[in-house]
Design a protein around this ligand. Sequence first.
Ligand code: F6R
Length: 263
Amino acid sequence: MKVVILKDSDSVAAYGADIFVKHINKKPNAVLGLATGSTPVALYKKLISAYSNGHVSFADVSTFNLDEYLGISGDHPQSYRYFMNQQFFDHINIDKNSTAVPQGDAEDPIAACEAYETDIKQKGGIDIQLLGIGRNGHIGFNEPSSSLMSRTRVKTLTRATIDDNARFFSADEYQPHLSLTMGIGTILETKLVVLLATGESKANAIKAMVEGPLTASCPASALQMHQDAVIIIDEAAASKLLDIEFYKHIEIENEKLKERLAR
Ligand code: F6R
């Protein structure tokens, strides 16, 4: 795990967006794994600007989103498909037929999950996976106690996640308690993971993910097993880490090495 600690949320979004832009410029038909929630919004804004300024094209990119609520369709304003269109896809030159979000209104959700896995494989796997993290350590909707080998499946949300996400729903609105989510095993197979977290409310989850034991109680701790995971966080989200100075030192040494190799 590479832990990058930056001063604020804007720097986190800029650092993450830069990784995506460089990656897509190297591989124009990259397969992206994408996330919803409040954290990636700033990164999507930066990618939209990069596209508007001619620094990147999404014409040949394809995408798979992590998760979706079960029981609502893609045109529902609370669906993650709707979110992705509004926050990102409608503002870039991506072919919407190349953007996949698990189908919340599938007649057979179990079959839809299996098909999602097949579709990812057929595309050659996910090159770069964007993640946020829940306060309870979830990634995607893989809640605590999820199998660390899990694949895309139907998952029940915890009370903590339902309460955290209630802010997106109005008081009298139906809020689903079930989801379709890529599994932890699915996420571990992606080639590069870029996880963003900002704010003090994520500090405990970040500590458990980076410095805690590998445990299903903190699903994000499974990323300790990922071959290439970059954790980009602001000072507030990093505030409970024990080895902050070491992580910063590693970054300085990495930058020096990059400069030396570029000479
Ligand atoms: C969203 C997702 C979730 C969020 C997490 C953090 O697709 O998979 O795991 O990344 O709940 O959400 P925010 O960014 O709203 O704090």
